[in-house]
Write a protein that binds this ligand. Structure first.
Ligand SMILES: Cc1cc2nc3c(=O)[nH]c(=O)nc-3n(C[C@H](O)[C@H](O)[C@H](O)COP(=O)(O)O)c2cc1C
Length: 185
């Protein structure tokens, strides 16, 4: 078990993984990740996110067939992941309509992003690797999973174990480039 001495170190070990071992993730571990997501903050505490874990091979295939076709074929590899966590947001009237109309901010997408990252970082602590997938057919996901109209798929998290422990760090902008105190640069 890797030891993460502090939060930043945990964050630094995370990177997107797109190839997994053929090893299932146990339910308790997945529940722990969803628990971390459940505790995420949300606008007006609306808690709009729902998490559908897809780990049955037939359903994964069905999901892949509908969600990753046409212009989305580059995401086909996702179906090889041991578990796919579909993050749904419940199109709640207040956060969806009123909030967006007044401030222009889509709070339910923000909420889903925060909850999804909570999931991912908890997974990282458990040495479960992940990749956030945003390139999929929303219509296809709804069809494959028979989703009621009120749920909007926002992301699919591909999750599994990996035998390559090396961290492939993608470049990030420097702190001075992204952070300003008291003035815009
Ligand atoms: C909103 C969002 C959508 C993404 N969509 C995809 C995707 O469809 N396919 C994919 O392979 N990676 C996807 N990624 C992963 C990013 O490419 C990756 O996080 C980024 O290149 C930084 O690399 P790192 O995660 O290894 O640090 C997505 C990430 C985010 C946050």
């Amino acid at each position: 078990m890797q030891q993460h001495k502090n939060f930043l170190q945990l964050v630094k070990t995370r990177h997107s993984v797109r190839k997994f071992l053929d090893q299932p993730i146990d339910k308790a571990a997945l529940y722990k990740c969803v628990e971390a997501a459940r505790l995420a903050p949300s606008a007006n505490n609306a808690q709009p996110c729902r998490f559908m874990v897809v780990d049955e091979p037939e359903l994964k295939e069905k999901l892949a067939k509908h969600a990753f076709n046409g212009i989305y074929t580059s995401s086909r590899w996702v179906s090889q992941s041991p578990a796919l966590i579909v993050i749904l947001t419940h199109l709640d009237w207040i956060s969806d309509r009123i909030g967006k109309q007044i401030t222009g901010i889509h709070y339910y997408f923000v909420d889903a992003g925060i909850a999804g990252e909570h999931f991912i970082l908890q997974a990282q602590e458990l040495e479960i690797e992940t990749c956030w997938i945003g390139w999929f057919s929303s219509k296809g996901v709804k069809k494959a999973l028979n989703l009621p109209h009120k749920y909007q798929p926002v992301a699919i998290i591909a999750a599994g174990y990996s035998d390559t422990k090396k961290t492939v760090r993608r470049k990030r902008r420097s702190l001075s480039e992204i952070c300003w105190f008291n003035e815009i640069k």
